[in-house]
Every structure is written in structure tokens, then in C-alpha cells.
Design a protein around this ligand. Structure first.
Ligand SMILES: *[C@@H]1O[C@H](CO)[C@@H](O)[C@H](O)[C@H]1NC(C)=O
Length: 448
């Protein structure tokens, strides 16, 4: 039978080489006909040219929310005597306010960082453009403060890195109208090579100097060397978040409130068992949430709890086992995670099953890093999984009012941002879930 099969080819006197060629063409035609989307390959790391600059020139400017009506401005100078002052005002070139901040620096093996300045400015008006200058010289920057009421828009992208795809993602975020960027871990992919933290800071500056970037840590931030260098040295020095302002004792987890939204940034790489500082802080923070003031409750951390991709399968299970009941009792609306280099959105889910009072879990670790995409999924998709795709891109969460939010995910398709998934999400406040659960919630939180 087999011989007869090949006989067909022999009859036409086709060589082995030609058979392979024909098969390749047939397969190619079939693939093009069935798949409407050809997934692009990972892109190279970006090359950064050294630019000669004065040692006091402010570099790597980024801003973050620092308590009610305040913003922290962070920048780096090579000059250790450069002052940590920010001059600012609402008209270009007219800096009627000045704030004095603090500075830090760190060494890492043979690397010594520049002077890292952290200066808090405010009180600031809501939805207002401020012009500012760092260290008394250099270029003028421009930021916009978030609104005090709905609507508010968050852009979201984790696992950024600094490749050609990162540039594409940043371009698309820049084109959207947003108030705050949320980054659920894995920023620079420096991975011990400290100068890559500096190039990352320069790469994101056009965006991060204009809108607050609220970040939490991923595995690539850790950079620890056992018995020698503690984890998160560089991350904590450079990306100081409002942990003190939110009663946390660690830069690895904190919370903030903005325009009717309470956002909790948890740490997948800080202890999370029920005796840990993070767990105790989380309980306290959840107790402070007032759903009249902040009807929406969001949580973000690096390692997803709901993930049907074969990459990093099960890595979030321990943290989920410890903390999911708290988030459920408190009525968390949406959980945003990274780590897996792909996009996935769940139904409202709790304890591994769809639950109308659980959170919507979104994995968005597809910012564009050098490791490429995670393309293998478990089949069939679990009951809770609604949409999954391995492509680079970013998300936008527009919270319209106390009951409605519009979530969309935008794929970097041939460098165009193509909206590939979107959904209206209604808040738990409007669902009746919270009224039923409030008793149980208090009980869980009062437990020793
Ligand atoms: C909230 O926004 C949604 C979507 O635009 C709208 O249908 C709804 O009426 C709004 N609710 C309130 C109370 O304004």
C-alpha cells in the first residue's frame, strides 16, 4: 500500500527534494488559508547610543502618586552634588512652587548608580497640567494629574523589557488617553546588568514623566545573590512607590486611591502566608476601603492565580491559597497580573470556579520583552477562561462610573494597535454581592 502511495510521485518522476518542496508549499498555502493572524517573532533588544551630557543633567524621569494630591518625582544625575529640588507650576517656564526631596544611591558588584532623587510635590489640583524641572536645570517636563471623579482610565502592560516590541507597546500606550499606567511586574529585564536599568529609565521617560507609573515587582526585579546581595536593591532604590503613604513597611506592596478606585499592588515575591507582614497589612488595608468613596476595588501582582497557559503553570497557587479568600470577602472587582507572556481574561471566578461575586482575573504579561511569547495552552480551555491569546500588546481600563467599566486589550499587530478583546465589566457594588458578604468579610478580618 505504502509503495503504491509513493508510486504516484514516481510516475511523475519527482525527486525527494521536489516532494519536500511541494509539501512545504501545500502546508504554507493551508496555513495562510486557515490562520488570519500570523504571529510575529520576538524582536531584538534595543541599542542605546551613549549621549554626552553634563553630569547634573536629569535622566530617567518618572512620576508616581504619593498620597492624596501629591506626586513623587524621581530622576537620576551622575553628579552627586546635584540638589533634589523640583520647581513646578501650571504655566510653562513659570515655576512658582519649589519642593525639596531626598536622594539615595546603591552599589552592585562593580556598578555604582548615579544619585537617585525622590521629591514629593503638592498639594496639586486634580486633572491639571503642571510643568516642572528637576534639580534646578535641564529640560522642562509636563505632567497631568489624575481626575478626582469618574471617568478615569488606566493603561496596563506588564513584562515590558526593552526590545523592538516594547517600543511598539509604548507607542500604543502613548496614543491612548489615559491617566495612570499600571505595571504588574518585570520592568527592565536588566537581570543583574545594572546599566540596563538606566537604559530602561531613558526608554520609558517620555511616558513615565508625563503620567504616574504605578508598578509592582516581578521575578526580574529580584537580582539577589545569596549571602551577598539582597533582592530588589536596584528596584527599591529606583522605583520607590507610596508604601509609607499607605501604611506598608515594604516597597514590595502598597495601595493608593484615585477617583473612586482603591488599587492594591501586592508582591508575589514578598511573604504572603497568613503570619506575614504582607498578609496582615492587606487585611488592614482592606478594612480601610470604603465602597461609598471608592466603589471599585482593583488588585495587581505579578504571578497570575488563573492561568491556562502552559508557561508558569501553578506558580501562583500558594499565594492564591493564602490570599484569595481575603480578596473574595472584600469584593475585589478585577485582578491584573503579568509573568505569563500572553493575554488571558477570566469570568468572575473564585476557588477555581466561575462565581458571580468573584474577581475578573486578567493576565497581561505581554508588554514585549526579549523572552518572547508563551504560545502553548491547555486544551480545552477551563470553564473560567473567556479569552486567551499569545500576542504582545497592552490593556486599557476605563472606569466610566461607579457601576460600569470598559476593558479592552490591544494587540501589537504589525505595529498597529488592534483592539482584540473588549468587555463591559459591572462593579460588585452594583451586584448585591457586597451586602450579603459584608458580615463574613468582617469576621475573616477580625480573626487573629
Ligand atoms: C454608567 O455608565 C453606563 C455605561 O455608559 C451607563 O449605561 C449607566 O447608565 C451609567 N450609570 C450611571 C448611574 O450614570
Amino acid at each position: 500500500m505504502l509503495n503504491r502511495g509513493f508510486g504516484w510521485f514516481e510516475g511523475f518522476k519527482v525527486s525527494g527534494m521536489e516532494v519536500k518542496l511541494i509539501l512545504a508549499v501545500v502546508l504554507l498555502v493551508a496555513a495562510t488559508a486557515t490562520a488570519d493572524y500570523v504571529r510575529p517573532a520576538p524582536r531584538e533588544n534595543l541599542q542605546f547610543l551613549w549621549k554626552p551630557r553634563a553630569a547634573s543633567y536629569p535622566q530617567q524621569v518618572h512620576i508616581s502618586l504619593a498620597g492624596d494630591k501629591h506626586m513623587r518625582i524621581t530622576w537620576i544625575t551622575d553628579d552627586a552634588s546635584s540638589p533634589s529640588i523640583v520647581e513646578y507650576g501650571t504655566s510653562s517656564g513659570e515655576y512658582i512652587y519649589v519642593a525639596q526631596g531626598e536622594s539615595t544611591s546603591y552599589s552592585y558588584l562593580f556598578y555604582s548608580s548615579g544619585k537617585i532623587h525622590h521629591t514629593v510635590i503638592g498639594p496639586l489640583e486634580d486633572s491639571t497640567v503642571y510643568f516642572y524641572r528637576c534639580g534646578g536645570q535641564g529640560p522642562e517636563f509636563k505632567l497631568k494629574t489624575p481626575p478626582s471623579q469618574f471617568p478615569i482610565t488606566f493603561s496596563v502592560a506588564g513584562d515590558l523589557g526593552q526590545t523592538g516590541w516594547t517600543t511598539s507597546t509604548l507607542d500604543h500606550i502613548n496614543q491612548c488617553i489615559y491617566d495612570i499606567h499600571l505595571l504588574p511586574g518585570d520592568l527592565s529585564y536588566a537581570d543583574y546588568r545594572q546599566h540596563l536599568w538606566d537604559t530602561f529609565g531613558e526608554l520609558v521617560q517620555p511616558l513615565s514623566s508625563a503620567r504616574p507609573w504605578m508598578v509592582t515587582e516581578g521575578n526580574h526585579e529580584k537580582e539577589s545573590i545569596p549571602l551577598f546581595i539582597e533582592g530588589f536593591t536596584s528596584y527599591n532604590a529606583r522605583w520607590k512607590m507610596p508604601f509609607k503613604e499607605s501604611g506598608s513597611s515594604s516597597n514590595l506592596y502598597y495601595s493608593f486611591e484615585v477617583a473612586g478606585v482603591h488599587v492594591i499592588m501586592l508582591g508575589s515575591y514578598a511573604d504572603y502566608d497568613e503570619y506575614s507582614d504582607q498578609y496582615i497589612w492587606l487585611k488592614t488595608d482592606l478594612l480601610k476601603v470604603d465602597r461609598q468613596r471608592t466603589p471599585w476595588l482593583l488588585v495587581s501582582f505579578h504571578v497570575p492565580w488563573y492561568n491556562s497557559n502552559k508557561a508558569h503553570q501553578g506558580e501562583g497557587d500558594d499565594m492564591k491559597a493564602s490570599m484569595e479568600k481575603l480578596l473574595y470577602a472584600a469584593g475585589v472587582d478585577i485582578v491584573l497580573a503579568g509573568h505569563v507572556h500572553a493575554y488571558e481574561r477570566s469570568k468572575r471566578v473564585y476557588g477555581g470556579k466561575p462565581d458571580s461575586c468573584g474577581a475578573v482575573h486578567i493576565t497581561i504579561g505581554d508588554g514585549g520583552n526579549r523572552e518572547g511569547l508563551a504560545q502553548r495552552y491547555y486544551k480545552p480551555a477551563p470553564e473560567w477562561s473567556v479569552f486567551r491569546e499569545a500576542s504582545f500588546g497592552h490593556g486599557e481600563l476605563r472606569i466610566v462610573n461607579s457601576t460600569h467599566a470598559f476593558w479592552s486589550w490591544h494587540r501589537n499587530d504589525d505595529d498597529e494597535a488592534v483592539r482584540s478583546d473588549h468587555v463591559w465589566i459591572t462593579s460588585l457594588v452594583s451586584s448585591g454581592c457586597l451586602n450579603e458578604k459584608i458580615h463574613g468579610f468582617r469576621k475573616i478580618l477580625m480573626e487573629p
